[in-house]
Each structure stands twice: as structure tokens, then as C-alpha cells.
Design a protein. Structure first.
Length: 367
């Protein structure tokens, strides 16, 4: 088998990005309906890497309902007469979201490499869902193996056949190889915020970056006696560019528009006045744009406790008209380690959110 794990089909804009990881370096492409797609690299094909993130038209894959991963191992890449192995192929079925009712989704966040606990949280619901949402904090990235482990996890759950909404969390920005995130996961260039479309649903994936100021000592920042300086992060200007992106969006003519963001920008922390209480003015501007876009709800993680925040809640830092579901609960104690995720159903005009872990299930909210 030339593949290291199942591919993952990420949703981004009105397209898909298919992540493929192979056992060895080689030429990797995807074939859909007779058309061949490669990773974009100005015409020069990658051959000295064992992964590819390939963007394909959503409409084409939705219609075809299948794709084929095509691979040739690199034997000797050189200036003239490069050598590659024989072509190998593997076909995957794909299940686009075509339903307008009885839609089911599952959101996981704050996994922190506890993949066993995350899978247990879903229980038998995985066989029934139409798409998956991974809402940040797979974990810090120190090695390529960390990316491959994350890809194997998303590939196992999606089986290469379900659409996946994937959002970066603050822990995903940490580690020696965190700067290579966009090589593996959905992004417009290096921008890890984007819109997405799934059948009659549409939404926006947002990225708060880190949860403390850029000059925090945790990121290598500080004060040298003359000035405050940043360390490894520049998220403050990044968030301002994200605001301009939100301002550029037009109201979507879809059945439902929602937001996904690891850190909840309208309650960036439950510790008001602490170093985690940042960007109030900017996040207020984000919220104004989400209100303008008709956001029906927002899905978040980060806090490791479940919360449902509605207008007027004293825990809000910024008031908002749409409900925020912080749908990730974690207990990493040795004896009782457990993760809870959020099961979402859209049926008969009602949207329901359930906090689940294995057979345990509790309704959080009905809209």
C-alpha cells in the first residue's frame, strides 16, 4: 500500500483540498472525471516530499462522487532524465452533502493528540454523520510525525469520503514546525481563515491565533529595558487582516450560515482582566461583521468546558445575538480521561446540539 493513511477532503471556499500522505516521496495527483489535479507549484511538480494538498473544484467532485489518488515513487530526481516508479492508483468514494434536511454533523476540538478519547467521544455516531468539524487544538507540532498523526486521525474518521471543516487552534500554532501548518491543512495561501460551502449550508472558519498578546514571554517576547518586543508571533496584525476579510464577505443566500472558531472571540476568556483578555475592540468589530452576515450560530472549543452563550450572558465580553456553543469538554486525568464532542442535527427546521461522550448524551441547545 503506497498510502500512509486515508486522504482527508477539506472544505474551503467553494472548493475542496484533498490531503494525501504516502509512504515514500513521489509524484502525487488526484484524478476526478478524467481531469488530473496536482499541488500548485508554478508548474514544477513536487517529488521530494511524501505529501500533497491538492485543490479541486467542489462541483466536480460532488458530481463525480469519487476520486482516484495517483502516485509514482521518486527513484532519482535530477536535472535530466529523472526516474520514477510505476504508476499506482487507489480510488475513493465521496459523499457530498446533498440533503436539505435530516443533516447530521459532529464537532471535535481540544483533542491534544488523545485520538483514542476523541474517537470514543463520537461512539457509534460516526457511521451516521454527513460531515465532520475539527475545531482546533490537535496539538503542538514539533515533528513531521505530528502532522502525519493528525492526518491519519482525520483520514480514519472521514474515511476519505466525508467533507471535513478544519480550523486551527492556538496550540496548533505552537512548536518547532507549527509554521508549516498550511502545507497540510486548509488555507488560502498562508491565510487560515476562509469561507466554506456544503450543499445548502455555508459558513466562515475564523482563526484567533494565540490566546495572549504577541509580546508575551511564552512566545519569546518581553521587555529589554528599552522597548517591548514580540517573540515568534504576529497575530495582532493577522487578526486585523482577518477583519478586512470579514468586511469583504457578502451575505450568503443559503439555508444556513454559521461560524466556526476555536477561541470564542466574544468571550475570548472566562478570566476577565487577565492576560487572556485581549483584542476587545477588534473582536467587537469581528462580531459586527458576523451579525451583518446573518450568523445563525458559532461553534467553538478552547475552554475545555461546555458553554452555551446567548445574548445578555454575564460571561460574554462582547454581546451578540447568535448563540455560541463551546462544545468541547476535556478531562485528561489519568484515571478518568475523557473527551466530549458536539453532535449536531438539522431536522424539520430545528437545529439541535448535543454534548456527547460514547453513549452519554446531553442536549445543549435547540434553535
Amino acid at each position: 500500500m503506497f498510502l500512509k493513511c486515508n486522504p482527508t477532503v477539506f472544505v474551503i471556499n467553494d472548493e475542496y483540498e484533498i490531503l494525501v500522505i504516502t509512504q515514500k516521496n513521489g509524484l502525487i495527483s488526484v484524478e476526478i472525471g478524467g481531469s488530473i489535479y496536482y499541488p500548485e507549484n508554478s508548474g514544477v511538480l513536487y517529488s521530494e516530499r511524501n505529501f500533497a494538498k491538492i485543490r479541486v473544484p467542489q462541483s466536480l467532485l460532488d458530481k463525480s462522487k469519487k476520486y482516484t489518488v495517483v502516485y509514482r515513487e521518486t527513484i532519482n530526481r535530477k536535472a535530466y532524465f529523472s526516474q520514477f516508479g510505476i504508476e499506482k492508483r487507489r480510488e475513493f468514494n465521496f459523499k457530498p452533502l446533498e440533503k436539505t434536511d435530516d443533516i447530521k454533523a459532529y464537532m471535535l476540538a481540544d483533542v491534544h493528540y488523545r485520538f483514542d478519547l476523541a474517537k470514543a467521544a463520537m461512539g457509534n455516531r460516526l457511521a451516521d454523520v454527513d460531515f465532520l468539524i475539527f475545531n482546533g487544538d490537535i496539538g503542538e507540532v514539533e515533528t513531521v510525525a505530528h502532522y502525519e498523526e493528525a492526518a491519519a486521525f482525520t483520514g480514519e474518521l472521514s474515511r476519505g469520503e466525508l467533507p471535513v471543516v478544519f480550523v486551527r487552534g492556538n496550540h496548533d500554532t505552537r512548536g518547532r514546525l507549527a509554521e508549516r501548518y498550511a502545507d497540510y491543512f486548509p488555507a488560502n495561501g498562508q491565510k487560515t481563515y476562509f469561507t466554506f460551502k456544503l450543499g445548502g449550508l455555508s459558513g466562515v472558519a475564523l482563526d484567533c491565533g494565540e490566546d495572549k498578546p504577541d509580546n508575551h514571554a511564552e512566545y519569546g517576547g518581553g521587555y529589554n529595558g528599552e522597548k517591548v518586543y514580540n517573540g515568534s508571533n504576529a497575530f495582532e496584525p493577522y487578526r486585523r487582516r482577518e477583519l478586512e476579510f470579514l468586511k469583504s464577505l457578502k451575505v450568503q443566500k443559503t439555508d444556513l450560515f454559521f461560524a466556526v472558531c476555536h477561541i470564542c472571540p466574544v468571550c475570548a476568556t472566562l478570566k476577565k482582566g487577565s492576560c487572556f483578555d485581549i483584542e476587545r475592540e477588534l473582536y467587537s468589530a469581528w462580531n459586527a461583521q458576523l451579525e451583518r452576515l446573518g450568523t445563525r450560530f458559532m461553534l467553538c472549543g478552547h475552554e475545555h468546558v461546555e458553554l452555551v452563550l446567548t445574548r445578555g450572558d454575564e460571561r460574554n465580553i462582547i454581546d451578540h445575538s447568535y448563540p455560541v456553543i463551546v462544545g468541547s469538554k476535556c478531562d485528561f486525568s489519568d484515571e478518568n480521561a475523557r473527551i466530549w464532542g458536539t453532535y449536531i442535527t438539522i431536522r424539520g427546521g430545528k437545529i439541535k446540539f448535543y454534548l456527547t461522550s460514547g453513549s452519554d448524551e446531553r442536549e445543549l441547545l435547540t434553535l
